[in-house]
Write a protein that binds this ligand. Structure first.
Ligand code: NAP
Length: 351
């Protein structure tokens, strides 16, 4: 499997993207991050070809931090700032959706450009919290105007369902990618999204591939404990409603056995399984430190065979999958999935 893929014509990315939600203020529930070590990780990763970063306008402090990295690259002699790709998101607050207009959208995009130290945003992934508030197609149209103005290179979406994504495409929005939660045990994109994306040349970029770190040796044979990050709060809910802790432990055992054959680890097999699905362009793996750089580099050093992919799939088919389309549970009023979402951070970020 190649390390890089063409997301769209003349634009290639690394198939394992460096996820940066983990660096946002409040993401860690225990302890503080060592940002010097994170900066070291960014340098090590880019030197090994992991040149694509994923962030968002609502990840507090993260666009600025990546902007600092860009500054370091601009003043150094190694990798050039032009050799990295930065994907951000445009996530208007749920309370502000009815007021979103072109001027507001441009203001947020300009803010991302300034924070990231860039002249153009490589990919802006658009998110809309509530389909009952009209305006998502018009707002995607504002992004298209900003693309035509040269401020945005590519438009993507995140957490859309298939029907709403189709509405955008039918309205002429050139969507190149869809970012969705997709892991061995959260296979919601397989219901409709993957087929639609494949048929329309839209690439899937996946998060949750490691389920906040739960798909790793560290948890093998362990009892359930308190989540260490906001990400784990989210994926624990999925484990509870699909495999249960016992089924999850069995899954770790299975992945570990496959990993042994390749002298690899559970996270490598979990990522490889998702990257092997047709229509998937990339897996976004969260970075909090430099510990996992060498392990993640293993992903491109082996391939799973058909039988192994089938064994994993057959094992998972014994368990229920999360209901509905990508992000449908997270949008359902009064659901536990929705109750943990922070839906009004962008406005706070303005001040
Ligand atoms: N569009 C959206 O709504 C959305 C939602 C969530 C995430 N995302 C994106 O996806 C990214 C990933 O986030 P996620 O929440 O899904 O987390 P994740 O990637 O499933 O898990 C990240 C955690 O996995 C652990 N890890 C990474 N590599 C490892 C390795 N080789 N071996 C063992 N453990 C390893 C690390 O844990 P330790 O730090 O404990 O070592 C890391 O913090 C985010 O940063 C963000 O860019 C997008």
């Amino acid at each position: 499997m190649d390390q890089r893929i063409e997301l769209t014509k003349d634009y290639t990315i690394c198939r394992v993207l460096n996820g940066c939600w983990q660096l946002s203020e409040g993401h860690s529930l225990q302890g503080r991050l060592d940002l010097k070590d994170v900066m070291k990780a960014f340098h090590l990763l880019t030197e090994q070809g992991f040149t694509t970063f994923d962030c968002a306008d609502i990840y507090t402090g993260v666009e600025e931090f990546i902007g600092e990295f860009v500054k370091e690259l601009k003043s150094g002699h190694g990798i050039s700032a032009d050799d990295i790709q930065i994907h951000t998101k445009y996530v208007p607050d749920i309370n502000y959706l009815s007021q979103v207009d072109y001027a507001f959208t441009e203001q947020i995009i300009d803010r991302s450009l300034k924070r990231l130290n860039r002249d153009t945003l490589d990919l802006v992934q658009f998110h809309w919290w509530d389909y009952d508030v009209p305006g998502y197609t018009e707002t995607a149209g504002y992004l298209l105007r900003l693309k035509e103005k040269g401020k945005i290179r590519n438009i993507g979406v995140t957490n859309f369902d298939t029907a709403r994504l189709k509405e955008l495409v039918d309205a002429g929005i050139p969507v190149v990618s869809m970012q969705a939660q997709y892991s061995v045990f959260d296979r919601r994109p397989e219901r409709n999204m993957l087929d639609y994306c494949k048929a329309n040349g839209i690439k899937l970029l996946c998060y949750g591939t490691l389920s906040g770190g739960f798909l790793a040796e560290k948890w093998l044979g362990k009892n359930m404990t308190e989540p260490e990050t906001r990400s784990q709060v989210k994926y624990l809910q999925i484990i509870e409603d699909t495999l249960g802790w016992d089924g999850y432990q069995e899954l770790l055992g299975l992945l570990s056995k496959i990993a042994e054959k390749y002298n690899a680890g559970i996270p490598n097999v979990a990522s490889k399984y998702i990257l092997s699905q047709a229509g998937v362009a990339g897996a976004i793996i969260g970075i909090r430190n430099s510990q996992h750089v060498a392990s993640n580099a293993r992903i491109f050093e082996f391939d799973l065979d058909e039988e192994e992919i089938e064994t994993i799939r057959a094992f998972l088919q014994q368990f229920p999958a999360p209901e509905g389309e990508p992000f449908e549970l997270e949008r359902t009023p009064s659901s536990k999935y929705r109750s943990i979402m922070h839906m009004n951070i962008n406005e706070k970020e303005q001040s």
